[in-house]
Design a protein around this ligand. Structure first.
Ligand code: FES
Length: 372
């Protein structure tokens, strides 16, 4: 049974609302990657204002199927054009479409920017920032680098960037421009897994041995204020665990994954925190854009997001893998079991936020607020 129970003024940014944006440019970055810039009309300028490191969700219909994909914004500065980069993936339908068929003048549905892969910047800080990225993990990092160096004139930024070959390096020109502009404050360490470079650091994969070389000879982790990691989950976990083992505090390491690995989510917990039995069915009440709806959920087969989508097709989501954070909502009542979380920061968890695509109810009543 689904019941509409109340209405309240909607939040300024409507969660889950897509806007049709015209593609202004499609520029080839490498043999298998393009940058896509969008025209943002004046009346949507506020809605699409972004912070470095954030991402966009794109929705489009291909071959009769709705696809949603998340891409990091790679604009060199927050006041630059709204731009994403799409690298062609094996079996990737949208990435193939974007690389082969998308043209300026086409229209795509785009959701407003989301994501917390950034820290506040202040001009009086003199900090050392280091990013470790691989492949298209450079996309949010490019924005982080340019924005940070412009906003903190006394800070430095080092980028360790892993690719297979020099031809795979995305944003080569932009990175060269950053080097020319900030020769004393920007350092680029390219690591190519299939080419022999000038030094042991620059050839081979970024693995435990490479990190040992880097963190012993080139970068002193205890002198770095903030680390940013972006790439496949295996790489991000490797670097994060390595830094932890070297004594770097978790709140100094920020990371963003492309997508979760195809690991099976763990089975739902069978008991609540207090030890009570998990409910067999639950009533989930959720508020989205000011409207509150109740829906019954079988927690063994459905998540909070899945149930919400049955009755509201505007419920927000993109990856459905616990990575992008688009489905974030505040848990106001009850308890859920969240299988995976690669998106929420510790302070968001402490404030009661959950990823609804990963959350299955444990208590009979669960109340979540997407607008909070
Ligand atoms: S939809 Fe991406 S984290 Fe839930």
């Amino acid at each position: 049974m689904n019941t509409e129970v109340s209405e309240r003024p909607a939040a300024t940014r409507h969660r889950g609302v897509f806007h049709p944006l015209t593609v202004a440019a499609v520029d080839r970055l490498t043999d298998d990657a393009v940058a896509i810039a969008f025209d943002v009309p004046d009346d949507l300028a506020e809605e699409f204002r972004f912070v470095q490191g954030q991402h966009l969700t794109i929705r489009c219909e291909l071959d009769g199927r709705e696809l949603r994909r998340n891409y990091s914004i790679c604009s060199p500065a927050p006041d630059g054009p709204l731009r994403i980069a799409v690298k062609r993936l094996e079996d990737g339908s949208f990435s193939a479409f974007a690389n082969e068929r998308l043209r300026p003048g086409d229209v795509l549905d785009v959701m407003h920017p989301l994501g917390g892969f950034h820290i506040p910047l202040t001009p009086d800080q003199a900090r050392a920032h280091v990013a470790v990225a691989a492949g298209s993990g450079i996309t949010p990092v490019l924005s982080l680098i340019t924005t940070t160096l412009a906003a903190e004139p006394s800070s430095t930024f080092t980028l360790v960037y892993g690719n297979r070959t020099a031809r795979d390096v995305m944003f080569l020109e932009e990175l060269q421009d950053v080097k020319d502009r900030y020769p004393q404050r920007f350092q680029l360490i390219n690591v190519l897994s299939r080419e022999v470079g000038e030094s042991p650091v620059s050839s081979g994969r970024i693995d435990a041995d490479k990190l040992d070389l880097l963190f012993t000879h080139l970068i002193a982790p205890d002198e770095v204020d903030h680390f940013y990691l972006c790439g496949p989950s295996g790489l991000v976990r490797l670097v994060r665990d390595d830094l932890r083992a070297r004594g770097v505090r978790g709140d100094h390491v920020h990371y963003e994954l492309f997508h979760a690995e195809d690991e099976e989510p763990p089975p739902r917990r069978r008991h609540t925190e207090a030890g009570g039995a998990a409910a067999a069915t639950s009533h989930v009440r959720f508020t989205l854009d000011g409207r509150t709806t109740t829906v019954d959920v079988d927690p063994d087969t459905e998540t909070v997001l899945g149930a919400a989508l049955r009755v509201r097709d505007d419920a927000p989501y993109a990856c459905r893998g616990g990575v992008c954070g688009t489905c974030r909502a505040k848990l106001c009542e009850g308890e859920v079991d969240m299988a995976r979380n690669y998106a929420l920061e510790p302070d968001e968890l402490a404030a009661g936020y959950v990823l609804t695509c990963q959350s299955r109810p444990l208590t009979e009543n669960v109340v979540v607020d997407y607008d909070a």
